[in-house]
Design a protein around this ligand. Structure first.
Ligand code: FDA
Length: 305
């Protein structure tokens, strides 16, 4: 089932036709407050009232013309202004291929620097998402160069990849900000763990080691997962070494395990919700369906108007 949805996420014909269907539009609303920037920012109010920070990403990936990247970068700059204007404690997250990584690495870096500089001046922060394995090396390279000029930046790394432990060691001298996720793409067994238990144990091991190794440095760790048992396991393991819950953040997606997001915030964890919005939601939504069969039942129920 997971592989079918990940295939569907990449299929050009489905990408052109499915998003226009009303039932798909109804179904995706569970994970997205709307397609506009305003709808995403409006969703911050109840979260902020509960002490939950927000992060924003405008959906889109694999641009086909570099000129489109200019518009995307302008959009993120305007988003940062709007976050500041509304007094929201919010950060932004962007995919490198949304800024043209398929076409021109130097131009992508220039866009990242522009957005990161603006994030810093508005008191915000820029995160770089991680895409499929073909992009990992280039994305890490971009982050190394970005971080050298703007420290208020972080990168997502995926625990299902076998290389991630050495990527963290490589980034350590930069005192990086890392958002650790399990990984959402279909990767071969030669480079990725495919067994859930193996991914989970690697996740815990990487998070704990990063916190222990970085205890006297200004690293930042976001646990980008809805797996509350893993979060609590990590908190317990580092807690016994004297590292408190204030040394990491829990980051979850809008609409997923909402009750847990509020519960963890109440229990003293630092929690942030990543809110996605925009017209180009199809591949992103397919990856959410791939993660959890129960979401497919929900999508099918949306067939009923
Ligand atoms: P897992 O899939 O084991 O789920 C744990 C529990 O959480 C499930 O039992 C279920 O209860 C709930 N759950 C998980 N997914 C759900 C869903 N879709 N719907 C409903 N319930 C669900 N990936 C990537 O490759 N690159 C990236 O840049 C990012 N960025 C990112 C940012 C943030 C803030 C998050 C939370 C996630 C990502 N991801 C990502 C996605 C990530 O790699 C992973 O695919 C999902 O988070 C699902 O895995 P979990 O860690 O939640 O665990």
């Amino acid at each position: 089932m997971r592989r079918i949805f990940l295939w569907a996420a990449r299929n050009r014909w489905l990408k052109e036709h499915l998003p226009a269907m009303p039932f798909m539009q109804r179904a995706v609303r569970r994970f997205m407050p709307g397609v506009t920037m305003a709808s995403a920012l409006d969703a911050a109010a109840p979260l902020q009232a509960a002490g939950i920070a927000t992060m924003y990403t405008r959906l889109g990936e694999n641009l086909e013309a570099l000129s489109e990247a200019d518009e995307v970068a302008d959009h993120y700059v305007a988003l940062l202004d709007e976050i500041k204007e509304r007094g929201i404690s919010g950060e932004v997250s962007v995919k490198p291929t949304q800024l043209g990584l398929d076409l021109d690495e130097e131009a992508t870096l220039a866009h990242l620097i522009r957005i990161a500089e603006h994030a810093a001046t508005t008191g915000s922060y820029l995160w770089i998402d991680m895409e499929g394995s073909a992009y990992v090396e280039r994305t890490i390279r971009l982050y190394e160069r970005l971080r050298a000029v703007q420290p208020r930046t972080g990168i997502c790394l995926q625990a299902y990849l076998k290389r991630t432990a050495s990527d963290i060691a490589r980034l350590m001298p930069l005192e990086p900000a890392i958002r650790l996720v399990k990984g959402a793409y279909d990767e071969p067994a030669s480079i990725a763990y495919r067994d859930k238990r193996r991914v989970d144990s690697n996740y815990v091991g990487l998070a704990v080691r990063f916190l222990l190794d970085g205890r006297d440095r200004s690293i930042r760790l976001g646990l980008g997962t809805h797996d509350v048992a893993l979060i609590e396991q990590i908190a317990e393991q580092v807690g016994s070494a004297g590292i408190g819950r204030d040394r990491f953040e829990v980051e979850m997606l809008y609409g997923i395990r909402v009750g847990e997001q509020y519960r963890l915030a109440k229990a003293g964890y630092r929690v942030a919700t990543l809110i996605a919005y925009g017209e180009h939601w199809y591949p992103w939504y397919m990856r959410r369906l791939a993660e959890r069969p129960a979401n497919v039942t929900f999508a099918i129920r949306s067939l009923i108007p």
